[in-house]
Design a protein around this ligand. Structure first.
Ligand code: 13P
Length: 254
């Protein structure tokens, strides 16, 4: 399908796959998607597998992403990983502010914006996640929540940095639940987010920025979601853990 922006489809493996399993999966994904040029394909394994996955995808059409990083460059931050450390493995993208981190690690919009700035300073491209809870949607607060998250998470980014940022709309009620947002719900939220980027930065940047949808994306719903004018890709959890389901999403989106 003809899209205004090149699709970006990323697999967020979350806390899954040993190094050996990661090598098997990415080797298979690479073979299966070798001919795809129409989509930017990204895999985001856990930190422990970045090094080996990076070797497998060298000189391929698959790019590497991390699932998180510290806002600090180095120092006494036990358990944290800095952008510069990710760069050692040729990581290009980093997911920031995933709802699981907002929920379990209590990450705030302010922290996410600091991470985004640190990512840009290291020439990593952030994928910044936003999305409402079911209670927000049911109480009619979806746009209010999205606006707070978008404004807060993008605070302090320059126009140039915003152009190198991807956004991901992931309604929390659709993550891992099998309950996907309808194509119309996704389009409505994406158009709203793009409008906000236009207000906060400018219209040219809003037209260029890519907004992924995430939440129970599968081969069977990918085409309809990706055909929406403001949906520019997918951030895939469960279905990215097997070659067949991940490849189906990408092939059905083209
Ligand atoms: P699922 O595709 O498993 O619903 O997860 C979506 C997600 O959280 C991607 O970041």
């Amino acid at each position: 399908m003809q899209k205004e922006r090149k699709l970006i489809i990323a697999g967020n493996w979350k806390m899954n796959k040993t190094v050996a399993e990661a090598i098997d999966l990415v080797t298979d994904v690479k073979l299966s998607l070798a001919s795809v040029k129409e989509v930017d394909i990204v895999v985001c394994p856990p930190y422990t597998a970045l090094g080996e996955v990076s070797k497998v995808i060298l000189h391929s059409n698959i790019r590497l992403g991390a699932q998180n990083m510290s806002e600090q460059n180095s120092g006494a931050y036990t358990g944290e990983i800095a952008a510069g450390m990710l760069k050692e493995f040729s990581v290009r993208y980093v997911i920031l502010g995933h709802s699981e981190r907002r929920q379990y690690q209590k990450e705030s919009d302010e922290l996410i914006s600091k991470k985004a700035l640190a990512a840009h300073l290291a020439s990593l491209k952030p994928i910044i996640c936003v999305g409402e809870l079911l209670a927000d949607r049911e109480s009619g607060n979806t746009e209010k929540v999205l606006e707070t998250q978008v404004r807060g998470s993008l605070a302090g980014l320059s126009k140039e940095q915003m152009e190198e940022t991807t956004l991901a709309y992931e309604p929390v009620w659709a993550i891992g639940t099998g309950r996907t947002a309808s194509a119309a719900q996704a389009q409505e939220a994406h158009a709203f987010i793009r409008g906000l980027v236009g207000k906060l930065f400018d219209e040219t940047i809003a037209r260029r920025v890519r907004i992924q949808y995430g939440g129970s994306v599968k081969g069977s719903n990918a085409r309809e979601l990706m055909s929406q004018p403001d949906v520019d890709g997918a951030l895939v959890g469960g279905a990215s853990l097997e070659t067949r389901s991940f490849a189906d999403i990408i092939k059905n989106s083209i």
